[in-house]
Write a protein that binds this ligand. Structure first.
Ligand SMILES: Nc1nc2c(ncn2[C@@H]2O[C@H](COP(=O)(O)OP(=O)(O)OP(=O)(O)O)[C@@H](O)[C@H]2O)c(=O)[nH]1
Ligand SMILES: [Mg+2]
Length: 438
């Protein structure tokens, strides 16, 4: 792949690793850093020596706790930095990527800050949680976004996971993330790749330096592509009223940007010869005017290409140095109410049951205290009782020799048992010897 800029990709956490894995599929040198060994093992496109396992002690993952992720990164910092140092040498820029809802990837600003020592531009590509995710994920994401913007990276691309469902409504559970990650990487690559330019005839060229200017313009960056059937439009002027809509809806970027905050942008148009022939040369002025009006005067870099035999018009756009979008302000409102509930729940003592109704219950018999026997016969007696029990008669049901004595009151009164226990044998012998018949 011939690219405008040679990016070295570093994925942090599970989402970051998955995105780095997708970048690797498109030919970018990629590595992954994670607190979880299980997440790392599935990254098939990343070589084993480019996977850095950085757990905190014996834990696997950070359990959505950014403090664990932070400690884990610090505890492996020398190892992480030496691995990255070799990896990034020769690159034009570093792209760090992560999901901000978890405990590992939400430390992307910390990692990015450490990477500043390599003196390369740093782009962050992050995902923000869906509405359905927990307050904890949203709070993690909002704190992380603020740190990224505060750290002044060369730009930050925000992929909104909410939009994956809109973009791929029929996606299966297993294809959901891979499909979205592939789409993000493919769109990014279309900007960074020169292959379309090679196959097209350039009327106005969007060159590498233009790309670098917009990409590294600080703040938040959006990019996207739209394709229209050539039959849908007559001349390129027809796309002008749709420009804002294209920015607002294209791709998986977070929505609700104030385009007037953009400082720079790019628009590349790829069209078939027939459409270009019908379009007046005044189109470029009109496009420049429209762009300036929408962005309140941002610098725009244009590219215009004639694509032979094409039946579509492709419009690629980038806008740089935008401020945090409304989508994140909405998330802040959700997170503060959901987070308050969660904080209250966590602050509450765990209630126990009122079991006073059980206080007077004695469920174990105190019974008469066992009689202390001194005779060794006792031992023999109980053995016999056990053997009786096993032959069907139980010790409890069978009258004991002494009971037998009292039950047959009058008859065996002469049998002097002295409150003692006897073996059955002994008892029968005694009884026989004392009975008149015996
Ligand atoms: N687009 C996309 N989003 C993902 C992907 N995997 C996870 N996410 C999102 O990323 C957020 C963070 O999840 P993880 O990446 O698993 O978190 P982590 O950084 O590994 O942190 P811990 O699991 O706490 O160690 C979640 O809230 C999801 O919304 C992925 O492959 N693609
Ligand atoms: Mg994880």
């Amino acid at each position: 792949m011939t690219t405008r800029l040679k990016f070295a990709i570093i994925g942090l956490g599970q989402c970051g690793g998955n995105l780095a894995n997708s970048f690797a599929k498109y030919g970018y040198p990629s590595m992954a850093v994670n607190t979880s060994i299980l997440d790392l093992k599935d990254l098939a496109n990343i070589p084993e020596n480019r996977k850095i396992h950085a757990p905190l002690n014996d834990t696997d993952g950070a359990g959505k706790d950014p403090r664990i992720g932070e400690k884990a990164i610090f505890s492996h910092l020398p190892n992480i930095l030496s691995g990255i140092q070799q990896f990034v040498s020769g690159a034009d820029a570093i792209l760090v990527t992560a999901g901000l809802g978890g405990g590992t990837g939400s430390n992307i600003a910390l990692l990015g800050n450490m990477l500043k020592r390599f003196n390369l531009p740093i782009v962050a590509l992050v995902t923000i949680p869906t509405n359905d995710e927990s307050a904890l994920s949203k709070v993690n994401a909002l704190r992380a976004i603020n740190r990224i913007v505060g750290e002044n990276f060369d730009s930050c691309i925000i992929v909104d996971n909410n939009k994956i469902l809109q973009q791929f409504p029929d996606s299966s559970l297993s294809a959901f993330y891979p499909q979205a990650n592939d789409y993000v990487v493919k769109t990014f690559t279309n900007f960074n790749s020169l292959s379309t330019e090679f196959s097209a005839k350039s009327l106005i060229s969007f060159d590498n330096e233009d790309f670098r200017k917009v990409l590294l313009s600080k703040g938040i960056l959006i990019f996207g592509e739209t394709e229209l059937a050539a039959t849908q439009i007559n001349t390129l002027d027809d796309i002008l009223p749709r420009l804002k809509e294209i920015w607002q809806t294209s791709g998986l970027m977070a929505e609700g940007f104030n385009f007037a905050t953009a400082a720079s942008g790019a628009i590349s148009i790829y069209a078939p010869a027939a459409i270009l022939q019908k379009t007046s040369s005044r189109f470029l002025n009109a496009l420049g005017e429209e762009f300036k009006a929408l962005t309140n005067g941002a610098t725009c870099y244009f590219g215009l290409y004639e694509v032979p035999n094409s039946t579509t018009i492709k419009i690629s756009t980038m806008l740089g140095r935008l401020t945090i979008p409304v989508r994140l302000q909405e998330m802040l409102i959700e997170a503060s109410s959901e987070g308050k509930n969660l904080t209250q729940k966590l602050a509450q003592e765990l209630p126990t049951l009122d079991i006073s109704a059980l206080d007077d219950m004695e469920l174990f018999s105190n019974g008469p205290a066992p009689v202390a026997h001194t005779s060794s016969d006792t031992h023999v007696m109980s053995r016999d009782a056990v053997s009786n029990a096993t032959t069907g008669s139980s010790y409890a049901n069978e009258p004991s020799p002494s009971q037998g004595h009292s039950n047959n009151a009058g008859k065996d009164t002469d049998l002097d048992l002295e409150n003692r226990s006897y073996s059955l044998e002994e008892y029968v012998k005694l009884k026989k010897s004392k009975s008149p018949a015996g």
